[in-house]
Structures are given as C-alpha cells and as structure tokens.
Design a protein around this ligand. Structure first.
Ligand code: 6PG
Length: 228
C-alpha cells in the first residue's frame, strides 16, 4: 500500500485535489467522460471544498456515492446533501450527480433502481475515495450487519446492496465489494491517529468479516491519504 502521510489536513487536501483532477482529466481524455465516486462522513468535507474550486471540465464528470443513508436528501444524515453542499458547487457545480436515494420506501426496494442508474456512471470508476470507520467498515459494508457476507461475496455481481448496520443508525445503500474493486484508482482518506491505528490493525490481520476494509486492501492497490 502506498502511504501518503501529510503534516496537515490542509496540505493533504491541496495535493489530493490535484491528484484527483489529474486522474479525472486522464479519464476524460481517454473516454470522453470520467467518474468520481465519493464517500460520506466528516473526513471528506474540506477536500470537497478544495476540489469544487479546482479547474477541470466538470461538465464531463459524473459524481456518485460509495454509499448512502436511507433518509430524505434534505436530512442532515444524507450523504447526497453533504456532497451537494460541499462538492457540487463553484466550478464543480457543472458535474452530473447520480444519487442513490430513491423514492422507494426502504433501501431493499431501492436496490433495483440504483442498479438501473449505474448505466449513467462511466465504468470502471476513474476515482474511488473511501473512508473507514473505527470498526473497519468502508462504504456501508459494516462488519456488524447481517448483509456483510453478501456485500463481500466475490460471486455477487450486483453493484449495490441494502445494509442495516446494528451499530449505526439508518438503513444504507452500499456499493458491493465487486463494484468497489471495479475502479481504476482507489484512495483511502483518513484523518487522525485513531484511524491510523485502525488501519494498522486491518493490515495486520486477514479476517474480512471482522474488518471489511481488508477485502479492499487485499484485492486492489489502494493509496492512503492521511493527515493528523
Ligand atoms: O456514509 C458513510 O458513513 C460512509 O461513507 C462511511 O464509510 C465513512 O466513510 C466512514 O464511516 C468514515 O466516516 P468519518 O469520515 O465521518 O469518520
């Protein structure tokens, strides 16, 4: 794993935004359009602000989510809301956004339309940015959930699945492991010593059901972007 350790979040965000834009430009050059898949949570918010002011032909970029909480898109827990507020504005306001929350009453009923909407996103994904929880979850592949074996199943070709974490609120929609691995470049974006210790624990073991991030780390090249 290539580890990029920065002295501050500010330095990380600047350099990370440049890397992302370079990769998206390459995707546009090669395929006419490029895809950027982002995670929710707190960590990426300042990066998104930096990215939204970075020059790029954003009209050729499709932004979508690694996961979503099954709440209204006006709810503060909504990843779509966060991405609209922090990333899809300024220069990046021209990007096309493919959200995961549908009108379906529950996440399980929403899976089919998410799979249908996937055709709007250039595949393989050009850039995937993952976060990680202190329990080793990534996207919404939660170790505590009953759906984790389905999410990590290499034979499960469905790009999305509904997940109910028992240690966090809200049903979720998550990309499956198979879909996450269908990315040209995967970044793991972490902040703080606690997350670094969790990553070290993940790298020291092999049980994917205990820490689902291991399934990503052991199956594709992942670049770490870390700041204190
Ligand atoms: O929507 C989500 O909850 C996520 O996509 C999730 O996988 C997140 O990346 C981690 O939980 C880290 O979250 P923090 O950045 O808030 O620590």
């Amino acid at each position: 794993m290539k580890k990029n350790l920065f002295s501050s979040a500010q330095a990380l965000n600047k350099s990370f935004a440049e890397r992302i834009v370079t990769l998206l430009k390459q995707g546009i050059e090669n395929n006419g359009r490029a895809s950027l898949i982002v995670s929710g949570g707190r960590t990426p918010q300042a990066l998104f602000a930096e990215l939204s002011e970075t020059d790029l032909d954003w009209s050729k970029v499709v932004v979508s989510l690694a996961d979503e909480r099954w709440v209204e898109t006006s709810d503060d827990a909504s990843n779509e809301k966060m991405v609209r507020e922090h990333l899809l504005r300024g220069k990046a306001g021209k990007a096309t956004f493919v959200g995961l929350k549908t009108e379906a009453e529950n996440a399980e009923d929403g899976v089919a339309s998410c799979i249908e909407h996937l055709s709007q996103i250039p595949m393989p994904f050009d850039v995937l940015i993952l976060g990680m929880g202190e329990d080793g979850h990534t996207a919404s592949l939660f170790p505590c959930s009953a759906q984790i074996s389905h999410g990590l199943d290499r034979d499960n070709q469905d790009a999305y699945l509904a997940v109910q974490p028992t240690t966090a609120p809200n049903w979720r929609m998550s990309l499956s492991l198979t879909a996450l691995l269908n990315s040209r470049q995967v970044f793991l974006h972490l902040q703080g010593d606690k997350k670094k210790a969790v990553l070290d624990q993940a790298l020291a073991g092999t049980d994917e059901f205990e820490m689902p991030i291991r399934a990503v780390l052991s199956n594709t090249d992942v670049e770490l972007m870390w700041a204190p």
